[in-house]
Write a protein that binds this ligand. Structure first.
Ligand code: SF4
Length: 283
């Protein structure tokens, strides 16, 4: 297999070793990942030393996306907060003042989400950790750095200042807006109550594609308790929006060998977006 520049950039950013194989041999991503696993001194969350962090982002040629369609409101779980009809400022205020579950007692602050309000890509994670609870931002620390590197490799950013183009922007939100104590797993009742906020965020963003990262995001969006490994690798649908299941970056930092599969998931998401654009261009 001959890697394209885009593929090489993505692999390197995700910490997978890219090597030039002889013409007769075919590089194997999983093998490369396993090889990296045996080199613990290589920090997974950082680009490899030879990568130039200031180098231009790889260019992804994307056709215009189809016009945004309203997302039909899903049926919220019993007991979910009611955020129907709220605009962005009212939704922010509702989250910031929410006391619908016991997590409001232990949080430092809520973690609303971040990114372009009309981003074409939406990333749904799980619950804030300690760093997120302190900063009020989702996906900070090493997992956030890995996520940002992965996004940059495919020409996307969570920072509105990087580009005004919503097609190259992501909006990042968690299923829970408050940190569970000691980073324990979210409880079903907490996920159910908080779900109304996430539903409204997705309605307002109206993304073209959703990446569900981790099992609790999958539980909320797909109503499935199946493991991520069983659900990834195909295109699901959330209220008509294509949804790709993939691993949470924090998990990837612990399981280096799964980075190759996460890379496959990003490629599937890109292919899905590009296919939708091509279809729209033909119609
Ligand atoms: S986790 Fe969600 S439902 Fe619970 S208090 Fe925080 S914002 Fe409200």
């Amino acid at each position: 297999m001959v890697w394209s520049e885009r593929q090489r950039a993505m692999l390197e950013v995700m910490g997978l070793r890219v090597w030039s194989a002889p013409a007769a041999a075919e590089p194997d991503v999983a093998a490369a990942a396993v090889a990296d696993e045996a080199v613990p001194s290589a920090p997974a969350a950082r680009p490899p030393a030879q990568a130039d962090a200031t180098a231009p982002m790889p260019v992804v040629n994307r056709r215009p996306m189809p016009a945004a369609q309203p997302i039909a409101a899903p049926v919220a779980a019993p007991g979910a907060v009611n955020a129907a009809g709220l605009d962005w400022p009212a939704l922010r205020e509702a989250v910031a003042s929410c006391t619908a579950c016991a997590l409001s007692d232990s949080r430092t602050q809520t973690v609303f989400g971040t990114g372009h309000p009309q981003a074409h890509w939406m990333i749904v994670g799980e619950a804030p950790g300690e760093a997120e609870d302190l900063s009020g931002e989702p996906f900070v620390g090493r997992s956030g750095q890995l996520l940002d590197n992965m996004l940059r490799a495919i020409g996307l950013s969570r920072h509105a200042g990087d580009t005004p183009d919503p097609a190259k922007q992501v909006f990042i939100a968690n299923t829970l807006k408050c940190r569970p104590p000691r980073n324990r797993n979210p409880l079903p009742d907490e996920l159910a109550r908080c779900e109304g906020f996430l539903i409204r965020q997705i309605e307002l963003v109206r993304p073209k594609i959703i990446l569900a990262m981790g099992s609790f995001a999958v539980q909320s969006l797909l109503r499935s308790n199946a493991p991520v490994g069983q659900l990834r690798g195909r295109v699901h649908s959330y209220q008509g929006v294509p949804l790709i299941v993939t691993y949470h970056p924090a998990y990837l930092l612990r399981q280096l060998s799964e980075k190759a599969r996460a890379w496959d998931d990003l490629c599937l998401a890109l292919d899905t977006v590009e296919a939708a654009s091509a279809t729209a261009a033909r119609d």
